[in-house]
Design a protein around this ligand. Structure first.
Ligand code: GLA
Length: 408
C-alpha cells in the first residue's frame, strides 16, 4: 500500500490527534467505577453458550462441559475464564417474584452451577433483559414469560449477587417496542442495581450499536455491543471489522467496544478467515468470548487461540483499540499502540486473492529508526531499519506484526 506522501502525512496527523485525544479522556467516567477499581481492565475472555447451542440446546451439562473444556484445553490458563450462560436458562419467577432456573435444563440449580465453575478457578456469567421479554421469548418462542427484569431490577441484581454471578449480559431485545423503555436509562438502572449489591459483576450490555452506546456507555457498562448478531460467515466477520474502524477512540480499560462473540470452531470460515477473526478481534481490543464445543476444537485452533503473542495485543494494558490508518482496493493497514512504545500493525486482505500488502513506519505513525519486527503467526523476527513493512497475505487473511524499538 503505497499511498502518496501527502495523504500518508494527513493520515498520520489525524491518527496522532485522535490518540492524543484518547489520552486526555479520563480512564473511565470517574465516580461510577466500583470502589475496587476496574472490573475489566482488559477485554473479558471466556465462553458463552449462545453461538454453540442457542436456545434449544442449553442445559447444565453443556455449561459444565465448557468449564471443563476451558481447563483441559489450557484455554483457562491463557486467560479465558468467564463461563456465561446465555438466554433460555430461566424458569418461571417464584411466588416472591424471584428468578428461578428451568428445572429440567438446570436440575442442580444456578448456585450449584456457579460453584462448579468457581471450583475450577473460573468466573460465572448469566443473561438477563431490561424489558419484559428475552430475545428468545421474542424470536425463538421460548415459552416462559415474565422473566425480564423490568420492575425487578433490584431484586434480580440481588439474586445474581447471591448466586455468585460475576458477569451479566443484559440484552435489549426490543424493550423499546415491548415496554416503551429507552436504552440509556434502562441500562443505567441495572448498572446501579448491580453496583448496589457490592459484588463485582462485569456488566456487558447489548443494544446492537443502535443508539451509539460508545457515546454514553463508558462508565455505565464495561462493554457494549456495537452490532447485530454475528454469524460464522466471512461477510459477517468483515462487516464487523469494518464497523469498528470509526469507534477506535472510544475503547479504553473498563470500557470496550464489543463486535460480538467469536464464531471460531463453528463451520463456515476458512483457516485464513478464522485467523483474521481472531487476530483482528485482538487488534480491536474486543472481548474474546468463545461459542463453540471446546471438546471438538482441533488442536491447531486451540493453539491459535492460545497464541500468547496475539493475545498480548488484545490484553495489552494500555487498552488502545487499533485504528485503520489506510486502505485501498480491499487491502487495509491497521495500527495499535502498545505498552513501552511498542506497536502492532495488521495488514488485512479483504479480497479473494493472495497479495503483498505494504506500508511504512510513518504511515502507521511510528518514528524512523531501527525496529524489531515480529511476525506473530510464525514468530519470525527481523531487524528493520528501512522504514518499510510488507507481508504476503492470503485471501481474507491478516498478517500481524509487533514492532519494538531497538535502542542503539
Ligand atoms: C440476542 C443477542 C444474542 C443472544 C440472543 C439470545 O440476539 O444479540 O447474543 O444473547 O439474543 O436470545
Amino acid at each position: 500500500m503505497r499511498s502518496g506522501v501527502r495523504r500518508a502525512g494527513r493520515v498520520v496527523v489525524a491518527w496522532v490527534l485522535v490518540a492524543l485525544l484518547a489520552l486526555l479522556v479520563p480512564a473511565a467516567t470517574s465516580g461510577v467505577l466500583p470502589p475496587g477499581g476496574a472490573l475489566a481492565p482488559t477485554p473479558p475472555m471466556g465462553w458463552n453458550s449462545w453461538n454453540q447451542v442457542g436456545c434449544s440446546g442449553l442445559d447444565e451439562r453443556v455449561v459444565k462441559a465448557a468449564a471443563d473444556g476451558l481447563v483441559v484445553s489450557g484455554l483457562a490458563r491463557s486467560g479465558y475464564r468467564y463461563v456465561v450462560v446465555d438466554d433460555c436458562w430461566q424458569g418461571p419467577r417464584d411466588s416472591a417474584g424471584s428468578l428461578t432456573a428451568d428445572e429440567s435444563r438446570f436440575p442442580s440449580g444456578i448456585p450449584a452451577l456457579a460453584a462448579y465453575v468457581h471450583a475450577r478457578g473460573l468466573k460465572f456469567g448469566l443473561y438477563a433483559v431490561p424489558g419484559s421479554q428475552t430475545c428468545a421469548n421474542y424470536y425463538a418462542k421460548y415459552p416462559v414469560r415474565g422473566i425480564g427484569s423490568i420492575g425487578h431490577e433490584t431484586q434480580d441484581a440481588a439474586t445474581f449477587a447471591r448466586w455468585g454471578v460475576d458477569f451479566l449480559k443484559y440484552d435489549w431485545c426490543r424493550a423499546d417496542l415491548t415496554d416503551g423503555l429507552r436504552e440509556q436509562p434502562a441500562f443505567a438502572k441495572m448498572g446501579e442495581a448491580l453496583r448496589a449489591t457490592g459484588r463485582k459483576i462485569v456488566y456487558s450490555i447489548s443494544e446492537y450499536g443502535e443508539q451509539k452506546p460508545w457515546l454514553w456507555a463508558p462508565g455505565l457498562a464495561n462493554l457494549w455491543r456495537t452490532s447485530h448478531d454475528i454469524h460464522p460467515t466471512w461477510k459477517s466477520i468483515a462487516d464487523r471489522i469494518d464497523a469498528q474502524a470509526p469507534l477506535a477512540q472510544f475503547a479504553r480499560p473498563d470500557a470496550w467496544n464489543d463486535p460480538d462473540m467469536l464464531e471460531i470452531g463453528n463451520a463456515g470460515l476458512t483457516e485464513a478467515e478464522t485467523q483474521t477473526h481472531f487476530g483482528m478481534w485482538c487488534m480491536l481490543s474486543a472481548p474474546l468470548i468463545l461459542g463453540t464445543d471446546l471438546g471438538a476444537l482441533p488442536r491447531p485452533t486451540i493453539d491459535m487461540l492460545r497464541n500468547a503473542d496475539v493475545l498480548a495485543l488484545d490484553q495489552d494494558r494500555l487498552g488502545r483499540q487499533a485504528f485503520r490508518v489506510g486502505r485501498s482496493g480491499g487491502h487495509e493497514v491497521w495500527a495499535k499502540s502498545l505498552v513501552r512504545g511498542e506497536a502492532a500493525v495488521a495488514l488485512l486482505n479483504t479480497t479473494s486473492d493472495a497479495t503483498t500488502i505494504r506500508t511504512t513506519l510513518s504511515a502507521v505513525g511510528l518514528p524512523p529508526g531501527r525496529w524489531l519486527v515480529r511476525d506473530l503467526w510464525t514468530g519470525a523476527e527481523t531487524s528493520n531499519g528501512s522504514g518499510r513493512l510488507s507481508a504476503v497475505v492470503p485471501a481474507h487473511g491478516v498478517a500481524l506484526l509487533r514492532l519494538s524499538p531497538i535502542t542503539p
